[in-house]
Design a protein around this ligand. Structure first.
Ligand code: ADP
Ligand code: MG
Length: 700
């Protein structure tokens, strides 16, 4: 029986009911958010603020997110803290448009021209000398398109001064702050999905306290707790997906002695495997030998030797008299893989076919027949493999290339093609290395193996940043030396974000300049995206055949160019490119027998250029990229589900991701269905965040 505080007196029912306790009333947070006037309400809705709860989860950004002007890249959203150097409004010719306000703003690293739309009064509100927090995007020619702004005080430090809310036209940061102040008490009505034990383990405040702190005290401590919730729910949902696949059936046990694979590796493969390849193969072998279906992701850059590892798994299936499939996202890739795989296959021992959307009907029918009878042991193809009439006799191993280009459902379709009650072993592949934390978020339902070590015979590339005139002159000298020695060179023109036409123009200008200047004595060719496809192909083919010494190009050369004799790459305006793009570009050289060099024209102090200069390890570069830019801007992560997070962000929350994963796994161990009473609120939160369907099996 409960007793009164500090006594042994028992409380009666009336006393207990009258106790001054406050219970969470989640309905208070579900109440619609009242905003007036109507225009402001509409603006709130565009920010996703429709309930009081939405408002309280709309956290201010603090100064830590602010970036310096020098680190901005075109097209990327960012916040900067700057001082107004000059400001003026300028009429816009189009009828009905309010004058544009243009301000030259600067921080200690540089200057940009900030443009404000539809707010002519700002020219008076923000006179020269005003310090501002600006949120927006760097566009062409050093113009910063402002999407949100707020004045800030001269002094630095103290998150409050720049703590401002993501705002929009019609609803300013200041207005949002006023709304938050009016509704903050409702934070105490938030239910806490985290069991107290978990909070204690992770050292986190309760959710109500975190919401209050996030707005009116320790922003970072509050934000971290809310971020943990998001990350935990995401990990639970991923683990759930993994468990569902495991529960869907057992996999064929491939545990016979490796007769074919051993012969293939020792006698037929024209090279020795790298240490990473051997390690990956050992892991695959042990997983294929189990009843639990393999769900592994093989991560390694182009050329790291993933295909060879995948082929091992495929041959394991074949030597068990079972079947394997290799699915690629496009026909071109499927055809390329088919050719590569055939070249590496042990001749007659493996019967293979290619199946894509453009396979002729007769051949298709023949292939389908042989797959159904088991006569064909291996098929390479595209989405065409998912058709219902593609039936296997004994499918045991599935390899999915560039797995992010297929949906969960499409992969599940392949699963269903294994014999009844069985699930195939699946190996996914990706050529985009990402740091471990991001992999946990994006591929948390898979086990991961990385191939970091590049195969022998690959030539190292030396990279230098050239900034001064003397360095540029020396760089051209370097190119001429290589050309004189019979090698070839790429000159990559700066990225022009907003228009392919402008990029093409810039490349053409540079092409003319070089032909009449530094490279006058050599055969220079031009390649850009505005050329007709046939002309592009011809230019490429001519360069590949040695018909030109230098290829001046836009980023179109990023993909699919293989000219082993090209040993130099010069990148103009290199600071405009992202790390991964520079790394990709650089991959066009160093493909032959000669050592190669990459010359980046850009400022020495650029952290990105220094990183690319410092290492050619794609995994390391991905890590640096994450540190410099945050997850939102790294290639391909936008679709990864990270964007779903309102509060969590990388790299700041690296440790939280790990903690959430550890806790999710522990929780899954003891209560995978979240059926225990103490996990009921968590189950509710999961259903709210990831849909009611999270408990149901994936549709096949
Ligand atoms: P990925 O699929 O990761 O892009 P591949 O498996 O296609 O890489 O390998 C790229 C090239 O390197 C292929 O020509 C392949 O035959 C070759 N290769 C793969 N592994 C090795 C190795 N250990 N030693 C030498 N060459 C290799
Ligand atoms: Mg490959």
């Amino acid at each position: 029986m409960p007793t009164a505080f500090a006594t042994t007196d028992q409380l009666d029912a009336a006393q207990m009911l009258g106790a001054p306790l406050r219970w969470a009333r989640p309905s208070a947070l579900a109440r619609p958010l009242k905003v007036s006037p109507q225009k402001a309400a509409e603006a709130a809705a565009t920010l996703g603020l429709t309930t009081v709860g939405d408002l309280l989860e709309h956290l201010p950004r603090d100064r830590r997110e602010a970036r310096t002007i020098a680190t901005l890249t075109p097209g990327e959203g960012a916040t900067v803290v700057v001082e107004v150097r000059s400001i003026a409004s300028r009429p816009v010719r189009r009828a009905g448009m309010k004058p544009l306000v243009e301000a030259v703003v600067a921080d200690e690293t540089g200057m940009v021209k900030a443009t404000f739309f539809n707010q002519p009064w700002l020219a008076r509100k923000y006179p020269k000398g005003t310090r501002l927090v600006l949120h927006g995007k760097l566009a062409a020619r050093n113009a910063f398109r402002v999407e949100g702004h707020a004045p800030t005080s001269e002094s630095t430090g103290g998150a409050e001064e720049v703590a401002h809310y993501p705002a929009t036209i019609g609803l300013s940061s200041t207005q949002i702050l006023a709304l938050v102040r009016a509704h903050l008490a409702a934070a105490h009505d938030a239910v806490d999905p985290l069991p107290a034990r978990a909070r204690r383990l992770a050292g986190l405040p309760d959710r109500a306290a975190a919401l209050v702190a996030a707005h009116a005290g320790d922003l970072e401590a509050g934000r971290r707790r809310l971020a943990f919730d998001e990350l935990l729910l995401a990990q639970l949902s991923l683990l759930r997906r993994r468990a569902q696949r495991r529960a869907a059936g057992t996999a064929p046990v491939l545990d016979q002695p490796p007769a074919l694979t051993t012969r293939w590796r020792e006698e037929l493969l024209p090279f020795a495997l790298t240490g990473d390849q051997r390690a990956a193969i050992a892991v695959l072998d042990s997983e294929l030998a189990q009843r639990r279906p393999m769900q592994r992701l093989l991560m390694g850059e182009v050329g790291s030797g993933k295909t060879v590892v995948a082929l091992h798994a495929i041959l394991r299936a074949v030597e068990h008299d079972a079947q394997a499939v290799f699915m690629a996202p496009t026909e071109v890739l499927a055809e390329q893989h088919f050719a590569t795989l055939q070249a590496l296959l042990p001749g007659e021992a493996v019967r293979t076919a290619l199946l894509t959307g453009s396979t002729p009907a007769k051949r298709r029918a023949d292939t389908l027949g042989k797959l159904a009878s088991g006569e064909l042991s291996f098929v390479v193809g595209t989405h065409a493999l998912l058709e219902p009439d593609v039936v296997f006799d004994r499918l045991a191993v599935v390899v999915v290339d560039e797995q992010h280009r297929f949906g969960v459902r499409q992969r599940a379709t392949l699963d269903a093609k294994a014999p009844a009650g069985l699930v195939p072993h699946v190996l996914h592949m990706t050529a985009t290395p990402i740091p471990r934390t991001m992999a946990l978020l994006r591929y948390g339902d898979l086990d991961i193996t990385a191939l970091r070590e590049l195969p022998k015979g690959r030539r190292p590339i030396t990279t230098h940043v050239a900034s001064t005139d003397a360095e540029r002159a020396r760089a051209y000298e370097r190119i001429r030396e290589e050309l004189d020695a019979g090698r070839q060179a790429f000159v990559v023109c700066p990225l022009v974000e907003e228009s392919e036409a402008l990029a093409a123009k810039a490349a053409t200008v540079e092409y003319e300049r070089l032909r009449g200047g530094e490279l006058a004595d050599y055969r220079v060719a031009l390649l850009h995206g505005q050329m007709r496809p046939r002309d592009k192909q011809e230019a490429m083919a001519a360069f590949a055949a040695g018909g030109a010494d230098v290829l001046v190009a836009t980023t179109v050369i990023e993909v699919g160019v293989d000219v082993p004799n090209a040993t130099v790459m010069l990148v103009e305006g290199a600071e405009r490119f992202g790390i991964s793009q520079l790394h990709q570009l650089r991959g066009r050289i160093g493909r032959g027998e000669h050592p190669s060099s990459c010359l980046l024209f850009g400022p020495k102090q650029s952290a990105r250029l220094r990183a690319v200069e410092g290492t050619s390890d794609g995994f390391e570069l991905a890590r640096v990229d994450l540190e410099l830019r945050g997850e939102g801007e790294i290639a391909g992560t936008r679709q990864s589900g990270l964007a779903q997070f309102k509060v969590a962000r990388l790299p700041d929350d690296v440790e939280l991701v790990e903690a959430a994963r550890v806790y999710a796994e522990a929780l899954f161990e003891v209560d995978p269905e979240l059926a225990e009473p103490e996990h009921a609120l968590l189950a509710d939160a999961l259903a709210a965040a990831h849909g009611e369907t999270w408990l149901q099996p994936l549709p096949a």
